[in-house]
Write a protein that binds this ligand. Structure first.
Ligand SMILES: *[C@@H]1O[C@H](CO)[C@@H](O)[C@H](O)[C@H]1NC(C)=O
Ligand SMILES: *[C@@H]1O[C@H](CO)[C@@H](O)[C@H](O)[C@H]1NC(C)=O
Length: 360
């Protein structure tokens, strides 16, 4: 076994692992770029919030007079900057704290030297200085325009991958209803209401169309399943229930719907039916008879020739059938009803009671 891990194989395995690691770093790196921008955006938003929060503050503490003499006004002071910077990150956010720590001197530069000329911190810090973000509508290391242009990425019908960050591919993932590299084409079941080289509005077809050129059932290119063209070339519902043979089983009735149908169980008293209930039977199930259009139970026991003919036997009607049972005080034995053996005298009444229960 040891010979299979010889030097050649080992170096081959090393190479394989190295390639895997590089591949993961490549994928990870792209994701890192996007998340770095997200972090930076959060930092600049928190900076603006901190700026507003400290708007009405002044120097606190006992040294106020001294500090006011010594330093510039609070609004532009280092103290105010420090207060803002302290509130930039949640203490638990590792990435945020690392970014602030790494670039702390940039906040000072901006605060004292750039703020007036470059009031937008996100633009100056995230996009132009530490270069983790891109302007709107652009993506990637060089902030190239997204597919469809930076003005309206994906022509307004989708999201540009990595937009506003130094990562991503700049490709579009289209909104529902749209497809194609540029999100200008409509998916099946949608049609172009408006369309030119840079603008496209896709709307849903009529529910009867698979594909269409307009909104009504007369604008279908092709009907959906369950619909067919009528003589005015409009797609109309197919009534599957009228088909011969019926699409349902014998003990079911058919219910037509727009574009489809369903099969429902007939009432148990029916043998075939046209709808729900005992009055929609095509014929009555065995043990039932037609009484003024409704199938009802036949009471076999009260027929002129009762079916239970053995001695000491009684007839009991049931739904759709009947039962022959031994009369009280008798029990079935070898297909005959024989007298139940008499119990001890003391227990007589109790015993006969429980025998009756057993029979039923
Ligand atoms: C395309 O259509 C949109 C919306 O109707 C319009 O604003 C735009 O000017 C049109 N562009 C061209 C090149 O025709
Ligand atoms: C027979 O069935 C019907 C409906 O299922 C029920 O209402 C009725 O009580 C049943 N009768 C007997 C004797 O079991």
């Amino acid at each position: 076994m040891l010979s299979t891990t010889g030097p050649e194989l080992r170096s081959l395995r090393m190479l394989f692992i190295l390639i895997l690691v590089l591949l993961f770093q490549l994928i990870d790196g792209k994701r890192d770029l996007i998340s770095a921008c997200t972090t930076c955006k959060q930092i600049s938003e928190n900076f603006n919030k901190g700026f507003d929060r400290t708007m009405k503050q002044n120097f606190g503490g006992g040294n106020t007079a001294w500090e006011e003499r010594k330093l510039s006004k609070y609004e532009t002071s280092e103290i105010r900057l420090m207060e803002i910077v302290e509130g930039l990150c949640e203490s638990s956010s590792f990435e945020c704290n690392r970014m602030v720590e790494e670039h702390e001197e940039h906040f000072e530069t901006w605060w004292f030297k750039r703020k007036t000329k470059h009031p937008d911190l996100h633009k100056w810090f995230c996009i132009e200085t530490i270069k983790v973000c891109c302007p709107k509508g652009t993506f990637g290391p060089d902030c190239n325009a997204c597919v469809g242009g930076s003005e309206r990425p994906c022509h307004g019908n989708g999201l540009c991958d990595g937009e506003g960050t130094r990562g991503g591919s700049g490709k579009c993932s289209c909104n529902h209803g749209y497809q194609g590299e540029f999100c200008l084409d409509c998916i099946d079941g949608y049609f172009n209401e408006i369309r030119n080289d840079t603008f496209s509005l896709c709307s849903e077809c009529h529910s009867s169309c698979k594909t269409c050129t307009g909104a009504t059932n007369q604008d279908c290119d092709e009907c959906k399943e369950g619909w067919e063209e009528d003589d005015q070339e409009a797609c109309v519902d197919v009534n599957e229930c009228l088909k011969d043979p019926s699409p349902c089983k014998e003990d079911q009735y058919c219910l037509n719907k727009e574009g489809s149908y369903s099969c429902k169980a007939c009432d148990t008293v029916c043998s075939g039916c046209t709808g729900v209930g005992p009055d929609k039977c095509q014929a009555c199930a065995s043990g039932y008879q037609d009484t003024e259009g409704t199938c009802t139970d036949i009471d076999e026991c009260s027929q002129p020739e009762p079916p239970c003919t053995k001695e000491n036997q009684e007839c009991a009607n049931t739904n759709g059938s009947y039962m022959c049972i031994c009369s009280s005080g008798f029990e079935e034995h070898d297909d005959e009803c024989v007298q139940t053996p008499q119990p001890e005298k003391a227990e007589e009444s109790e015993a006969s009671d429980s025998d009756l229960h057993r029979e039923l």
